[in-house]
Design a binder for this molecule. Structure first.
Ligand code: G3I
Length: 551
């Protein structure tokens, strides 16, 4: 019923009918695609829910290219071997074309939403290659002439790459990789080019604002294109898709650096899945709406700067209510399909920043003191001289496990004692960050970089004293100990200094995070000392400051 009323109210307005008052004001909203007509295409996703007139009119008013959110993924097109089911995808593609939109294809190969028969464990390489090429060729041929471009391969690179020079060593251990080997990348691109030589062929991935991951993708595309400079008239890979699943803590400077790198390869770049998280439980405060707008504005300013090499900017979700991250309100339209500040920020970034930039206060990093001393990890009393740091600022709505930390240091190591309360003591989840655990982030040169430098590291220890490291090399010389008592546990850690000489003390970037698991084994709460961005595993700019003093 409510939906019907909203529909009655909004339909005339969005279709350009005769309306008054507030609606008339909305009618004047400029079209996003028109604002960017001289820059790049503006896109959004389409799924079954978008096929009604109200949503479709917003789509066509503000966008000129569409991506099927799910319908063109392998699982939906060939769930059963040899049985291609194009009905839903055709409906989406044909409607988009009939309403004047271009269509981008997503995706021919991915480790998710793909049927197991394609690349099951134990399949021969020969059979897997046939499955891969048959799928890619049949699908690309089916949509030939109707799509302008394809995400040929999605998310093939692992997170937190180590040696970025060797792209093959950083391929995700996906079913395709395991079944075929590293050359599956070239194989699927060649199949797509053969079937539809006119479509632009993209490699698409997330976290490409991370310079390490961007380097791996850069090296992969460079290598493949240098070895395949003329596949039906041009290099094999036409473009790099930076997905752009960001948050209001994302650094636009990082995005710009990666854009520049990819452009230097001579390929087209597109922003393929843009959204900006800034909210909890499906709600946003006014301050969050503005902060989100500032990020959209800063990003669109970067995109405008490189417009000559950018094909399209596609948003991943028409409105918050239908977004895959609806809890974090990441899109430009609210649940009632009204444009949010983020929309106006994208429409006119400079105006938005001028009008709102000053209202964003820069948060000062918290400071704490580490006292000189060399403790026995088993003796919590050894930390008694060190001041307690409260780990009780929550990143998520749920306020679960929290605690205090104390820090000692000597010439070789940092010694951290963390007391955690209110924990469920659950380590069922295979993602170690979803287990009841403590994380320590160290930025030895306090460089506050939006990516990890050599002096940066993350240490995670669960209540059962199982440790994980980022990078793995940070494990050298590390020691830890845990004790559990009811719903409380204590972790003591010895963390060697890796790149700095601290004889006279000094200042380092530092943070502590407590992951609280639910009794069902999913992370339900995250408490930190300073960095509320949730990004301290890859970005040290939000860490607090630790002073190493001698009393
Ligand atoms: O089709 C089934 C349906 O039969 C079932 O009743 C229903 C119950 O949950 O699930 C339906 O499948 C869902 C599917 O979307 C279609 O709606 C899956 O559960 C759900 O997990 C799936 O999520 C999609 C996700 O990719 C899968 O990883 C999201 O909608 C889609 O937005 C998201 O998109 C990806 C991009 O393709 C690649 N980059 C990341 C991006 C966000 O995760």
């Amino acid at each position: 019923m409510l939906k019907k009323i909203i529909l009655c109210l909004l339909t005339p307005l969005l279709m350009g009918g005769c309306v008054s008052g507030k609606e008339a004001a909305m009618q004047k909203i400029q079209s996003l695609k028109d604002a960017y007509a001289d820059y790049f295409l503006i896109g959004n996703i389409v799924s079954g829910v978008d096929m009604d007139d109200l949503r479709y009119n917003i789509l066509t008013t503000h966008h000129n290219i569409a991506t099927a959110e799910n319908a063109m993924k392998p699982q939906y097109l060939q769930g059963t071997k040899g049985v291609f089911t194009f009905y839903d995808a055709d409906a989406i593609v044909n409607k988009a074309l009939s309403r004047g939109l271009n269509v981008h294809g997503h995706t021919l190969a991915w480790h998710q939403q793909s049927p197991a028969w394609m690349n099951y464990e134990g399949v021969s390489r020969e059979e897997a290659v046939i499955n891969l090429t048959t799928h890619a060729k049949t699908v690309a041929a089916h949509f030939k002439g109707r799509v302008v471009s394809w995400d040929v391969l999605n998310e093939a690179i692992a997170d937190n790459p180590s040696n970025t020079e060797d792209w093959k060593a950083n391929l995700r251990q996906s079913p395709w990789f395991k079944a075929v080997g590293a050359d599956y990348v070239e194989i699927v691109f060649k199949a797509a080019r053969e079937a539809d030589p006119d479509a632009k062929l993209y490699y698409n991935d997330y976290n490409l604002d991370n310079p390490n991951k961007a380097s791996v993708v850069y090296n992969m595309v460079k290598d493949i294109n240098e070895r395949n400079p003329d596949v039906v008239g041009r290099p094999l890979i036409d473009g790099v898709g930076m997905q752009g699943h960001y948050s209001s803590h994302t650094s636009p400077a990082n995005v710009e650096n990666s854009l520049q790198r990819f452009i230097s390869l001579g390929v087209e770049v597109s922003i393929t899945e843009l959204d900006v998280q800034c909210g909890e439980e499906g709600k946003q405060t006014d301050a969050q709406k503005v902060a989100q707008g500032i990020t959209y504005a800063a990003l669109f300013n970067v995109f405008k700067k490189y417009a000559e090499n950018i094909g399209r900017v596609t948003m991943w979700g028409l409105d918050d209510g239908s977004s895959w991250r609806r809890q974090a309100c990441p899109t430009m339209f609210n649940d009632n399909l009204h444009p949010k500040p983020a929309f106006f920020a994208a429409l006119d970034p400079d105006k938005f920043i001028t009008e709102n930039g000053a209202s964003i206060e820069k948060k000062e990093a918290k400071q704490a003191e580490a006292v000189y001393g060399t403790p026995d990890l088993a003796d919590a009393a050894a930390w008694s001289q060190a001041p307690a740091i409260s780990i009780d600022s929550y990143l998520m709505a749920w306020q679960g496990a929290s605690g205090t930390a104390k820090v000692l240091w000597d010439e070789s190591n940092l010694y951290v004692l963390v007391n955690v309360n209110n924990a469920e003591m659950n380590k069922a989840n295979q993602n170690t960050y979803e287990q009841d655990s403590v994380e320590i982030f160290i930025d030895e040169n306090n460089g506050k970089t939006p990516y990890y430098e050599k002096d940066d590291a993350q240490y995670r220890v669960n209540f059962d004293n199982e440790a994980t490291f980022n990078p793995q090399s940070a494990a050298e010389g590390f020691e830890s100990r845990t004790t559990v008592s009811g719903r409380s546990y204590t972790v003591s850690l010895k963390i060697p200094f890796r790149t700095i000489d601290v004889k006279r003390g000094g200042i380092i970037g530092f943070d502590v995070q407590i992951n609280g698991a639910s009794s069902r084994g999913a992370r339900q709460s995250v408490a930190v000392w300073n960095d509320l961005s949730g990004g301290s595993y890859q970005d040290t700019s939000g860490l607090g400051i630790l002073k190493l003093t001698k009393r």
